[in-house]
Design a protein around this ligand. Structure first.
Ligand code: RTP
Ligand code: MG
Length: 138
């Protein structure tokens, strides 16, 4: 059964010129691109996307970071797409948690500027795809 997940290449990934490398890893994993777009989001959209983190100590800094420049938003499709993208992204902390060979471990140093976002469950994916790509939602 096919599944969809929302991916973001965060502003650090665009600034550092890593969009091509990251998309290449997604394609080599076998996931299919159902949408892909350069976007710049405002604080309101950042708060909606990261609603689960509102009130946490890192939230204001996270909003500042994610709105700091253009990012790439996309929808990936494939069997177990949610878990498959989280696997190739690696854990949140690129040094302590991400396994070698993952996007975060190979290209990032800091927990905030960790290059990519991927939906953390099929339910989150549905919510996030409806938020970012309403035309793609069922
Ligand atoms: P994401 O939502 O971006 O895919 O990342 P994630 O599931 O691996 O991590 P999550 O806990 O959802 O955190 C969202 C993003 O907030 C930043 N963060 N900073 N300074 C900190 O302690 C801290 N913790 C999280 C990261 O950019 C993280 O990806
Ligand atoms: Mg998350």
């Amino acid at each position: 059964m096919t599944e969809r997940t929302l991916v973001l290449i965060k502003p650090d990934g665009v600034r550092r010129g890593l969009v091509g490398d990251i998309i290449s890893r997604i394609e080599r994993k076998g996931l299919t691109l159902a949408a892909l777009e350069l976007r710049q989001i405002d604080e309101d959209m950042a708060g909606r996307h990261y609603a689960e983190h509102q009130g946490k100590p890192f939230f204001p800094s996270l909003v500042e970071f994610i709105t700091s420049g253009p990012l790439v938003a996309g929808v990936l499709e494939g069997p177990r797409a949610v878990a498959a993208f989280r696997q190739i992204a690696g854990g949140t902390d690129p040094v302590e948690k991400a396994a070698p060979g993952t996007i975060r471990a190979d290209f990032a140093l800091e927990t905030q500027e960790n290059l990519v976002h991927g939906s953390d469950s099929p339910e989150s994916a549905e919510r996030e795809i409806a938020l970012w790509f309403p035309n793609l939602s069922d």
